[in-house]
Design a binder for this molecule. Structure first.
Ligand code: PHE
Length: 473
């Protein structure tokens, strides 16, 4: 059975794939705009605390459950306790929802990449560098659907290749390339006049946003942390399940969050100074990445086409290495089911069907023009009949609804349940014993015991209360 499922070729390959899953649009698109809208420094501090305490602990829990059972999320929970399989199903549903909107966003990135490439090749007419392009693009249903489909197709191709041949091969090349490209852009932006204010926004101590609305900063940072680290839906259970017993789980559980946070910080020190230098409001919202870096590329003259192409290509790589891990959650579940029934895995067919279903779920996100109104389909607030001040943040557009369900509720709930079960039912000893199979001693056992039992659960309950308050408030 082990052979049919496949394993990673090496720990390095696993790390690149896991970091590839973590590093994605969450880091490059989400982190800067959420930090921008939530007070810069204050958000950063809360984010770092959450990642260090909750992120590392949940990562360790997920990787260990995966490696111990050698199974995908639902089967893994079922093996630990028959009654707990439903927690895995929460993750599966969450995977469908996230991948659905992620693919639409990925399609937008794909479109920018293709546009810059064409411009680079001398085929003019791509208005990507123009400020109005983003808004206009959202009102072209055909284009939105086409690129959403194309992005999904790229994912199918990688995931069909399986764990070692597809996902690992892809990530080993993609992750280092991404870091190098990002650093080049940071250096260019650093020498632009006015960039300094961007660094100050991120790094100069300012706790005023916490005094204004602590819960908003906390819940946004928490959601972002889960999303960015791919936690709370069993993605890392899956990736851990392909890991061999000789590998060091505890070290991996530390390296992945650190690498992910470094890339988020790199994205921040690219985008924030760019905003400062080109007069873009830090709090501009989801369009921030597009508006700000677009200005940067425009300022570069004709080199801007090349840098623009490289940049979007980089983001595309990061997005694909993340979305394949979501698709893999769904795919591996059905593969494990077939293997348990004694059938052939049927990876190719399963991948295509899963991707097709997710594509359909993503259509509302592609077609409501991000809630701009008067689009091909109605945004949730239009359906609910809200206007003006009555519109709540979560129903602005279908993307926000999907985001709230996944990042706002499913992921913290998934993390809460897993922590409670490890802390009070399976036992932190189970984590320790599995981790020590690599021959190294488990460190900080006492800390992790308290973290699984008390610290993470309390943190998650506070986050969920904040979430409910904003939903009904
Ligand atoms: N971590 C990815 C990102 O930052 C998104 C993701 C979420 C991937 C959940 C897998 C699972 O873009």
């Amino acid at each position: 059975m082990e052979n049919k499922r496949g394993t990673w070729g090496s720990n390095f390959g696993f790390l690149m794939a896991a970091i590839g899953s973590a590093v994605g649009l969450g880091n490059i698109w989400g982190f800067p705009f959420k930090m921008g809208a939530n007070g810069g420094f204050a958000f950063l501090v809360i984010y770092l605390i959450l990642a260090a305490i909750v992120g590392v602990t949940v990562m360790l829990g997920e990787l260990t459950i995966g490696r111990k059972t050698g199974l995908s999320t639902i089967a893994a929970y079922r093996q630990l306790n028959k009654k707990h399989a439903w927690i895995g199903y929460l993750g599966l549903v969450c995977g469908f929802i996230i991948m659905a909107f992620y693919s639409v966003l990925g399609g937008v990135i794909l479109r920018y990449t293709a546009g810059y490439l064409l411009q680079l090749l001398g085929v003019d007419g791509f208005a990507g560098a123009g400020a109005g392009f983003f808004g206009a693009m959202l009102y072209e249903p055909g284009g939105m659907i086409f690129f959403h489909a194309l992005f999904m197709l790229l994912n199918i191709l990688v995931v069909m290749g399986g764990v070692r041949g597809g996902i690992e091969k892809f990530s080993v090349f993609a992750m280092p390339a991404l870091t190098v490209l990002l650093v080049i852009i940071i250096v260019y932006i650093a020498v632009q006049p006015g960039a300094l204010a961007g660094y100050a926004f991120m790094f100069k101590p300012n706790f005023a946003p916490l005094r204004e609305d602590f819960f908003k900063v906390l819940r946004t940072a928490a959601g972002q942390m889960f999303f960015s680290l791919s936690l709370g839906l069993g993605c890392m259970i899956n990736y851990g399940s392909y890991l061999e017993k000789k590998e060091n789980l505890q070290r991996n559980a530390l390296i992945i969050p650190i690498a992910d946070t470094i890339v988020a910080l790199l994205a921040g020190i690219a985008v924030m100074p760019a905003c400062a230098a080109f007069g873009v409001d830090f709090g501009a919202g989801p369009g921030l990445l597009f508006v700000s870096v677009q200005q940067v590329f425009l300022s570069m003259g004709s080199v801007g086409n090349l840098i623009g192409f490289l940049f979007y290509f980089l983001v595309l790589i990061a997005a694909i290495s993340s979305s394949i891990s979501m698709l893999e959650i769904v795919t591996s579940h059905f593969i494990d089911r077939r293997i348990l029934k004694g059938k052939e895995p049927g990876r190719k067919k399963i991948t295509c069907i899963a991707a097709g279903v997710i594509f359909v779920i993503g259509l509302p996100v592609a077609l409501d023009a991000l809630g701009g109104g008067g689009a091909a389909i109605k945004a949730p607030y239009e359906l609910l009949g809200y206007t003006g001040d009555a519109i709540k943040g979560w129903c602005d557009c279908w993307l926000d609804v999907y985001d709230l369900i996944a990042e706002g509720f499913f992921m913290p709930i998934g993390a809460l349940l897993m922590s409670l079960l490890i802390g009070w039912s399976y036992g932190t000893e189970m984590i320790r014993d599995e981790c020590e199979l690599c021959g190294e001693k488990f460190r900080l056992f006492g800390w992790f015991k308290v973290a699984f039992r008390i610290i993470v659960p309390i943190g998650m309950v506070v986050v969920l209360i904040g979430q409910l308050m904003s939903f009904f408030g």
